[in-house]
Write a protein that binds this ligand. Sequence first.
Ligand SMILES: C[S@@+](CC[C@H](N)C(=O)[O-])C[C@H]1O[C@@H](n2cnc3c(N)ncnc32)[C@H](O)[C@@H]1O
Length: 266
Amino acid sequence: MKKIKFQVVTLFPELIQSYLKDALLSKAITSGVLCVDVTDLRPFSDTKYKSVDDTVFGGGDGMLFKYKPLASALNSVHIFKKGNSDKKVVYLSPQGKPWNSSLAKEWSKSEEIILVCGRYAGVDQRFIHHFVDEEVSIGDYVLSGGELGALVMIESISRFIPGVLGDQASAAIDSFEDGLLEAPQFTKPQSEDGFTVPAVLVSGNHQKISEWQKKCAILTTLKKRPDLLARRKDINWPELQDFYKKMNPEEKTLLGLDGLLDTENK
Ligand SMILES: C[S@@+](CC[C@H](N)C(=O)[O-])C[C@H]1O[C@@H](n2cnc3c(N)ncnc32)[C@H](O)[C@@H]1O
């Protein structure tokens, strides 16, 4: 059975622990496919008043996590070997590599990931230099701490571990699998408020349904995230244009695909 271990180093352990009570993750932890250990940074303070931060050399109002408490916390959870591909040390940082689904999938093959959450103005650069294998950012904005990033990483990676999701097959058509957004979906009843589910989805013809889903996934991606399609060479545009032309206008509107391939040059 594939297992993955996360070690989170944080000054606010309860932020991580409370989220881990979420049904899906706590079930995965109980069943043993996922292990998350949370290490409180505070006890690794080297001062009388248990502080872990200090002012920044060169000025500025902020405080930085000091090297020593971080280094001691890390040494307590990790037999240190930078560059060990099975055990990554990650510092959550707005300056890091942008996080995405393909990294989550790739990293789900790791044995152990140590996630270090900064706070205040960040951490002493010597810690990054000496310990950190990767810096990861969850978006181009600045948060007050790395805990949300750590949770984003844990949850997005865990979804790729067999046994974490109830229905692994449905995850295979989730957005970003195959580089596309997922096609629009519907549940019962078949008609609601004058809007009816596209006929093919209730036809019972699985091949037709899957072709429809694939084409609508491409169209949805083209509409919402054309950047994802920029380098794809495997899309049959004339066939897609033909499919789009044959869609009835109400369906195009319902699926949010109005005005998409109406020009001849697509
Ligand atoms: C206020 S931020 C520090 C930002 C830092 N002074 C800078 O400008 O690069 C405090 C902590 O939040 C976390 N953080 C903030 N934004 C993040 C992001 N976009 N992705 C991941 N972690 C982030 C980091 O752990 C960081 O140490």
